[in-house]
Design a protein around this ligand. Sequence first.
Ligand code: SAH
Length: 458
Amino acid sequence: MDIFPISLKLQQQPCLIVGGGHIAYRKAVLLHKAGALIHVIAPDIDANLLQLVEESQGQYIQALYPAQIQLNDYRLVIAATDDYAVNTQVFEDCEALKILVNSVDDPPHCRFMVPAIVDRSPLVISVASNGTSPVLSRQIRTQLETSIPHGMGKLAEFSGKWRAAVKAKISNPDERRVFWEDLYASPLKEQVFHDNLTEADSLIEQALAEWKTPKGEVYLVGAGPGDPELLTLKALRLMQQADVVIYDRLVSPAIMELCRRDATKIYVGKARSNHAVPQEGINALLVEYASKGQRVCRLKGGDPFIFGRGGEEIQELFAAGVPFQVVPGITAASGCSAYAGIPLTHRDYAQSVRFLTGHLKEGSPELPWDELVYQNQTLVLYMGLVGLEKICEKLIEHGQRPDMPVALISKGTTLEQKVLVGTLADIASKVEENHIQAPTLTIIGDVVSLREQLQWQD
Ligand code: SAH
């Protein structure tokens, strides 16, 4: 992050604008809204700007910068002339004195930038791009404008009024957050939006009177195969409300970004031969945090019930009496097949589909081979890269066609997705020739041939 966003309180604070034209006026409007005392230095001044200066009880200095100006007198300075040299001079003078300075539309000469804002005072949302794209910031602002109800400002004001009372009643900050979150999810919000403040006051009084320390809980959440847009709405909601997130190697950084920012995040990822935290350790962590009253999000790649040991984890929670909920995710088979253009079933090619683990036990996969060589069946192999050669050999040995198509999908649904297509006879050697990155999923079946027509992603 190249900038540090802050919100400045400028009521009654002297701020200087250098320049008296239209650009200066635009900046003055915002400063005026924030209650600043607007001082302007310029040889001439726009009539509207002069009015703002007078309304704000600031001062107009009719002169060329830097005449008579003591920069130290101002909280911040905006250089808004149409003369690059003057703006640069203002910037350099302010820098020397360490005064916050903005040179309009000239990012290299800005110590602070003015973001695009959505004003729901006292709630103010700002969007900044570090001077790279004001247009993009404004577009995002417009999106926010349309999605954030105007009542949000009232809700913020209402919350401010009750903040001290809530703090007095609920001293633990984590608990307080839960209180507010529950409240914002309750009918109170609508009452405030509709200005029914008496009703809202009695709702919050009642909620405070009935408040009990919440019990911890575990959310076992499937995060999907990689693309963050494949998260479910429920997954996202729980990720954003959990106090602790315990996550695996398969959960991408882009998805972790969507978790609550101040949640404790614990990595328990497992690479194939390198168990970062053993399963018993993970189970113990879940129980430990939930028992302390925390809301724990156990975030797993794909779907937690498909080769995800989700069942084992919640058995442990059940035994320990910890409440839990399970949120399914898009499993790798669905995600990868969709993004590779390979339908898992198709009336002409496959009437059934089987998910298998290619995980090796003592160096050899243990699978019901005779059932895997049926025609019109798609096989999806999880965790099978190491055993792939053996698996292909075994399938051929048990009667499958050597030219049965096979697709290997690496990092499916992510921007780095790669798909390698071959047959049972040659896919293993193709894998050796190509550098394939984990995780990989293998699809075996005639449906793979449809990719030629249906691939839409690569
Ligand atoms: N619960 C997960 C699977 C966990 S097992 C799910 O439902 O998807 C881990 C295996 O899943 C990996 O070895 C790989 O075979 C597969 N996998 C998960 N995400 C993948 C992805 N984005 N691309 C390819 N394979 C993936």
